[in-house]
Design a protein around this ligand. Structure first.
Ligand SMILES: NC(=O)c1ccc[n+]([C@@H]2O[C@H](COP(=O)([O-])OP(=O)(O)OC[C@H]3O[C@@H](n4cnc5c(N)ncnc54)[C@H](OP(=O)(O)O)[C@@H]3O)[C@@H](O)[C@H]2O)c1
Length: 343
């Protein structure tokens, strides 16, 4: 990894999407040692980049290629449809940029391998933007688990749902752009058991449903077998009312994180249930986008590895792809290779 010392890191963003303007660009500008300098849209949407750039004081580029060629830029944030994540990440790394790429980094493990090779060759840092991992409530849930408050972890349940409008032209409904609930809300739900069990499952089973007329899955229920009686149960949807929740079931109690993918500036809410009773904890609001930007900047400067590692991203891609294979086979069990395959 190449150290960039203490100099200000200059960021450019590919894709002038609305949440980028609301959350990510302010997070970059408000982080010490980071500066937002540019945003790019496709040529036919240049007016969007121009508008977002005007609001946030960033230069607008009329195509993505010219932004990654911009010599002022040290770090590229990729906020493009899922289908474009691997190619643009590799291209930006090849141009000597560090890259923070939206989840999912890739929809097959081979995509992460390509990215890993490009990062190694260019000595640049890359990380998948799983922003929820930076909210302090995840650290608190892990602390409670490590302290043995709920005994040994046996079952992880994770649920993420929100309804997108019919016919809204949403990239989440477009198969060629990597749409579908699995790679949208699903990858967050997938990440939770991988995070808390600290490994990939041995086997997964998944059942998908499609809303009428959709060409991608819009809801899913899945199970994962981690061996020794440890399991995960997930459900996720882009058709259902809002739900964002996970639960760690142990031999002596449960930890429930009720606002799991809390948006920036929302409190975390944790309930601990044991034989001693119920305890509620409120975790003060934290802007996880800003924490993510600051953490990535530290990794770029050589102050430790990225918080979400490439091994984490490879695991998420493998498991997500296995869910897709299981659902295509009517919910049949799909075994994953031995975890040692993931470095
Ligand atoms: N971390 C979070 O909180 C969060 C929230 C929402 C989404 N996401 C992730 O961010 C990524 C983008 O999602 P989004 O909800 O922001 O989507 P969106 O609003 O549809 O934006 C997608 C962006 O991709 C660019 N794009 C390139 N080719 C496109 C095409 N053929 N059709 C449509 N857009 C195209 C567009 O940028 P230009 O028009 O400027 O070229 C567009 O602004 C996804 O990977 C998603 O998983 C993360």
């Amino acid at each position: 990894m190449m150290s960039t010392g203490r100099k200000t890191l200059r960021w450019g963003v590919l894709g002038a999407t609305s949440y980028i303007g609301t959350h990510l660009m302010p997070a970059i500008s408000q982080t010490a040692g980071c500066e937002l300098v540019a945003v790019a849209s496709r040529p036919e949407r240049f007016s969007r980049a121009a508008e977002v750039g005007r609001i946030h004081g960033a230069t607008a580029h009329p195509d993505y290629g010219s932004l990654i060629d911009d010599p002022r830029i040290d770090v590229v944030y990729i906020a493009l449809p899922n289908s474009d994540h691997v190619d643009w990440t590799v291209r930006a790394l090849e141009k000597g940029k560090h890259v923070l790429v939206e989840k999912p980094m890739a929809m097959v493990e081979e995509g992460c391998v390509r990215i890993e090779e490009a990062a190694r060759k260019s000595s640049r840092t890359v990380m998948e933007a799983f922003m929820y991992r930076f909210h302090p409530q995840q650290r608190r849930a892990a602390e409670l688990l490590r302290a043995g408050v709920i005994g040994e972890l046996r079952v992880v349940r994770a649920c993420f749902a929100f309804a997108i409008e019919e016919g809204s032209g949403n990239i989440r409904l477009e198969p060629s752009l990597g749409g579908g609930a699995t790679w949208d809300v699903g990858c967050y739900a997938v990440d939770v058991p991988l995070l808390f069990f600290g490994r990939a499952p041995r086997q997964v089973n998944a059942h998908f449903s499609c809303r009428p007329g959709a060409e991608v899955e819009t809801s899913a229920v899945a199970t994962m077998d981690f061996g020794d009686g440890r399991r995960a149960v997930l459900d996720y949807s882009i058709d259902y009312g809002p739900r964002a929740w996970y639960e760690l079931q142990g031999t002596r109690g449960t930890i429930t994180v009720r606002n799991a993918w809390a948006m920036a500036e929302e409190n975390g809410e944790i309930t601990v249930l044991t034989a001693d009773g119920v305890r509620e904890e409120t975790i003060s609001a934290a802007n996880h986008y800003r924490l993510q930007v600051a953490s990535f900047a530290q990794a770029v400067r050589g102050d430790g590895p990225p918080h979400v590692t490439l091994a984490d991203s490879r695991r998420t891609a493998r498991v997500g792809a296995a869910l897709v294979r299981s659902a295509a086979a009517g919910g049949a069990g799909v075994s994953l290779d031995d975890e040692t395959a993931v470095r």
